[in-house]
Write a protein that binds this ligand. Structure first.
Ligand code: GLP
Length: 416
């Protein structure tokens, strides 16, 4: 999970808009290979839409070959109602850019058969090859799209009864009249979002602070459906300082430091090249996008990542696999990179839980870490039995200084 923290809404929105522009430009969409963008409604993305419109006017981006799928729509609200999500999207975004109306997809909350409408939506997403980037906002209860607390984490597009809290919060768009807020909506499912090749959530303001805390610091939980992003290979949450109010200081510092180190090392972009660019224009047969996404979600979590090189410890930085509080995150588990590993670098940098730290122990002799063997291997993973370097599961290959060196280095730090 990448957590990008910016001082305020302006800066957070600026980051998100620039990121989307950059993704579309790098992908270089064509009529044959359009960029598929998932979009949310709500007040959180408003500033992002304004900035995307500005970028279009400045000719920094075109939406001519972009296909969009919106997250949700109220049931029973007239399409041209001022608060329908159709109206919202055309008013705030689509009308101001060069997107072709046929490339815009919004659920129809007035369809005669709502179930069929939802099934067709999923099918259309599949037919387009899956979503490249899903932008999301969240509700105060941590819902993503209209996946209210208790939603199945493998849910797909469906009719959803809205939680009372959501009806109450959204009544601000209906002149404060709770009775005017629809009770049901059509929404993409949690799994529909997770199927996207990349998910980017924007979380703004103190009202979202508890939800952000639940989703970042606690486990995957159907009561806070944004937390499902922990299961995605390439999730990114962009928030403002106000939204971090419930996070631990340690958490905030941790994510800020990662971003800083990544920036200084030139690894700001976490998405692998093969997902950032459109399929090979030379006509090489490509996997259908949906298949690629499935493979990615598997490899992103469980594949071998880095070729460790304990005999060449002269690199300026190391990559450490694992979240801050997991055993893998200890500097003693560092996996060193040398020149020969540059090809696998892209893969390594894109690992969801990879972080970089300064290499403070490069002059130590590293030995395999016996604790690594306690971590279960995914089915089918190979273990290098000959001790030779090669691509092996990184947690089996964790390297650590000898116990004597660990002691020295530990006391050295305490003393300092
Ligand atoms: C609604 C939408 C969500 C959106 C949420 C947050 O519930 N269905 O997709 O994320 O509102 O809205 P806001 O950004 O206005 O807080």
């Amino acid at each position: 999970m990448r957590l990008i923290i910016r001082d305020d809404e302006e800066q957070a929105s600026g980051f998100v808009a620039d990121y989307i522009v950059d993704r579309i430009r790098t992908f270089a969409p064509t009529p044959e290979h359009p960029f598929i963008l998932g979009l949310p409604t709500g007040s959180s993305p408003l500033n992002v839409y304004a900035r995307l419109v500005q970028a279009y006017r400045q000719k920094r981006v075109s939406f001519a070959h972009v296909i969009t799928f919106n997250m949700d729509e109220y049931v029973g609200l007239a399409r041209d109602h001022p608060e329908s999500y159709h109206t919202f999207m055309w008013t705030n975004f689509f009308s101001h850019v060069d997107i072709h109306p046929k490339n815009v997809h919004l659920l129809n909350g007035n369809a005669p058969d709502l179930e069929a409408e939802c099934a067709q939506y999923e099918q259309t997403i599949r037919d387009c090859g899956g979503i490249d980037l899903f932008l999301a906002g969240i509700g105060e209860d941590g819902h993503i799209a209209f996946n209210e607390p208790g939603s199945s984490l493998v849910s797909r597009t469906r009719v959803k009864t809205l939680a009372y809290d959501t009806i109450r919060v959204n009544s601000r768009f209906f002149d404060g009249n709770i009775d005017a807020v629809p009770r049901c909506a059509l929404t993409v499912g949690v799994q529909t979002v997770l199927d996207a090749r990349e998910v980017l959530a924007i979380v703004l303001g103190p009202r979202k602070a508890l939800a952000l805390q639940k989703c970042i610091e606690e486990g995957v939980n159907h009561m806070w459906t944004l937390s499902s992003l922990q299961l995605h290979p390439y999730p990114m949450v962009v928030c403002d300082e106000d939204a971090t109010l419930e996070l631990r200081v340690k958490t905030v510092k941790y994510f800020k430091s990662i971003e800083q180190v990544a920036r200084t090392q030139g690894f700001e972009q976490s998405l692998p090249t093969r997902l950032r660019q459109r399929p090979d224009p030379c006509g090489k047969p490509m996997l259908p996008k949906a298949t690629a996404a499935i493979n990615t979600s598997i490899t992103g979590i469980a594949t071998p990542l880095i070729i460790p090189s304990p005999t060449k410890p002269s690199t300026s930085f190391v990559l450490v696999n694992g979240a801050p509080d997991t055993p893998e995150a200890s500097p003693t588990t560092a996996t060193k990179l040398d020149q020969s590993t540059t090809e696998s670098m892209d893969e390594a940098v894109t690992t969801t839980s990879t972080r970089m730290i300064a290499d403070s122990e490069s002059d130590l002799d590293l030995v395999p870490d016996r604790m690594g063997n306690r971590i279960a291997l995914p089915a089918g993973a190979d273990i290098a039995s000959d001790g030779k370097l090669g691509i092996v599961p990184v947690y089996r290959r964790r390297l650590t200084p000898t116990p004597e060196q660990q002691q020295q280095s530990h006391f050295g730090r305490v003393g300092a």
